[in-house]
Design a protein around this ligand. Structure first.
Ligand code: CP
Ligand code: NVA
Length: 333
């Protein structure tokens, strides 16, 4: 376990425009990012501070990824991840290419390892949104260039960067804050547990019986002494600093829709539920929302909701990640 993460530096909030000479040293140069645990607490601190600086507009005068390209491989649909990586690369001076699975047939038209060994010859980084975490590991094992997880069935680490940026914006330090995730013990739940390990936040995962998060992720967090609680008791939401939910039917689980809708009855985040969290508490959702299932429009539009600020932060947090992974690379052409 790495935590606790130091608090964000809020001493100086005035805008200082960067020049090429004032840029920070990239802290994860050339590394893969397949899980939040692929960064240390200190590196997370640097990435989140860079994200805030980018959000303040301090990077608009520099193009640190000029001449660099990112290939984005999608086995699944996306609005936020695709748009924010693409716009992020553009704003940093680089370029992004979207490759849908209909085009490249990852593992069907061509072996995953061969896709990796081709992409590495042309681009400087790969972002993958896939079913199996193993597909990302295989891409990373066979590509010399860094690979970033843009969601797998197991984890959604780039989402959690934006989420913790959003939490810090509202609550300051996340140390000791109660982050309550309610719903399906899915990729989001697993990554929340990782962030508890990394930051010292107190993570509670509330699920119906049979929908708990990944056992290995949970066991490792507990082994390392993280403050992670797993429960089926809905009263765990009372007094939460952050209430977080995600869809009950993730991409690829459409066949289980009826069984899941029944199992999750009572777990819907409503305005009434939001009255039970701490007075300063906030509601987050990674989106897309399946309204009428895990939440309702009255909750995402509630004064406690920050879901659209959270979506905005996908851009800033991922730009910061891209910079710290790719910022030291020289164009190869
Ligand atoms: N939250 C998220 O990853 O959104 P998309 O599926 O639209 O990329
Ligand atoms: N758990 C959802 C998250 C979507 C961003 C899914 O995997 O479909």
């Amino acid at each position: 376990m790495n935590g606790p993460i130091p608090a964000a530096d809020r001493s100086s909030q005035q805008i200082t425009l960067h020049t090429p000479d004032t840029l920070p040293a990239p802290c994860m140069a050339g590394r893969d990012f397949l899980s939040n645990l692929d960064m240390s607490s200190a590196e997370l601190r640097v990435v989140l501070d860079t994200a805030s600086s980018m959000k303040r507009g301090e990077w608009r005068t520099v193009k640190p990824l000029a001449g660099l390209s990112l290939a984005m491989v999608f086995e699944k649909a996306s609005l936020r991840t695709r748009t924010t990586f693409d716009v992020g690369m553009y704003q940093l001076g680089g370029h992004a290419i979207t490759l849908s699975n209909q085009e490249i047939g990852l593992g069907t038209r061509e072996r995953v390892s061969d896709v990796a060994r081709n992409l590495e010859r042309w681009v400087d980084g790969v972002m993958g949104r896939v079913y199996l975490q193993q597909t990302l590991s295989e891409l990373a094992a066979h590509a010399e260039v860094p690979v970033i997880n843009g969601l797998s069935d197991m984890l959604h680490p780039v989402q959690l960067l934006a989420d913790y940026q959003s939490i810090e914006e509202e609550l300051g330090s996340v140390q000791g804050r109660r982050v309550v995730y309610i719903g399906d013990g899915n990729n989001l739940a697993n990554s929340h547990i990782h962030m508890g390990m990394l930051t010292g936040s107190r993570v509670t995962v509330v699920t119906p019986v049979g929908f708990e998060p990944n056992g290995a992720v949970l066991q490792e967090a507990l082994r390392q002494g993280a403050d992670v609680t797993l429960t089926n008791d809905l009263s765990a939401i009372d007094g939460a600093d952050v209430l977080y939910t995600d869809v009950w039917i993730s991409m690829g689980q459409e066949d289980e829709a009826d069984r899941r809708r029944k199992a999750f009855q009572g777990y819907q985040v409503t305005p009434q539920m939001l009255e039970r969290i701490a007075p300063h508490g906030i509601f987050l959702h990674c989106l897309p929302a399946h309204y009428g299932e895990e939440t309702v429009p009255e909750a995402t539009e509630h004064p406690r909701s920050r879901v659209f600020d959270q979506a905005e932060n996908r851009l800033h947090a991922q730009k910061a990640l891209l910079y710290h992974i790719m910022g030291g690379m020289k164009p190869r052409w």
